[in-house]
Design a protein around this ligand. Structure first.
Ligand code: MN
Length: 245
């Protein structure tokens, strides 16, 4: 992206990046290029169909929670993201990963809704009916390399999810050194954001906002986290890992 920014500035002969910073013009220019760095094709701003029925993840996640979560919460993030993107001059076709990578150039509204849309679109795919179990092959090997064992990884991930105070997300990411790492973020932030404490590409995410579990679990966040392992779609996580490695 830095190279395309330089090219854009040179090409237009405009007087310095300061004129354009914060307008979204630079980001729009960069965003029209295919984002090869992410390696997952790039995410648009529209909400995609839920890949399974609302009741498909029962008994671990109940149908009513899925319905409200997808149709009200996540749908609103997509809608608000599109409005904010229009207001802030982001060109059509810009991939969301590019925007998140320079999120400090934009408003809090774009940060919250851009993160919210990205996180939920990923989250739905991280789960599948009849999934769970444990990862295999190169992903399992990478997990064992980073945390010694799959059980140790699960404990670390669960701790990140349990100890995130208030609302946020727990993540398994691939960092810039191509190593796996567990972290968490507040609110709808994620590790793609240029101001994230721990940066990388999310492979697996868990929503620990109360709206994700309160109807079934109330204050028992730990039970929700423990049951998440029954529905993790390791095949999807493996695909993301393979596309980046
Ligand atoms: Mn949510």
């Amino acid at each position: 992206m830095a190279a395309s920014r330089r090219g854009f500035i040179k090409m237009t002969s405009l007087a310095g990046a300061g004129v354009l910073a914060g307008t979204g013009i630079l980001e729009s220019c960069a965003g029209t290029k295919k984002n090869t760095k992410v390696g997952t094709g790039g995410m648009g701003f529209d909400q995609q169909p839920l890949p399974y029925a609302y009741n498909a993840l029962e008994p671990w996640i109940d149908a009513q929670t899925m319905d409200i979560h997808y149709n009200r919460h996540a749908s609103a993030y997509s809608k608000n993201l599109k409005e904010a993107a229009l207001a802030e001059g982001i060109a059509a076709g810009t991939v969301l990963e590019t925007v998140l990578g320079s999120i400090t150039s934009y408003s809090a509204r774009l940060r919250n809704n851009g993160g919210g849309h990205y996180n939920h679109e990923l989250f739905w795919k991280c789960m599948a009916p009849g999934a769970g179990g444990q990862p295999k092959g190169s992903l399992l090997a990478a997990i064992e390399k980073s945390t010694n064992s799959f059980d140790a990884f699960k404990n670390q991930f669960a701790d990140a999810a349990k100890t995130r105070f208030g609302s946020g997300w727990a993540w398994l990411i691939l960092n810039k050194d191509k190593n796996l790492q567990v972290c968490s973020t507040p609110n709808q932030d994620n590790p793609l954001m240029n101001n994230a404490e721990v940066k990388g590409t999310p492979l697996l995410g868990l929503d620990v906002w109360e709206h994700a579990y309160y109807l079934k679990y109330q204050n028992k966040r730990a039970d929700y986290i423990g049951n998440f392992w029954n529905i993790v779609n390791w095949g999807f996580v493996q695909q993301r890992y393979d596309s980046l490695i």
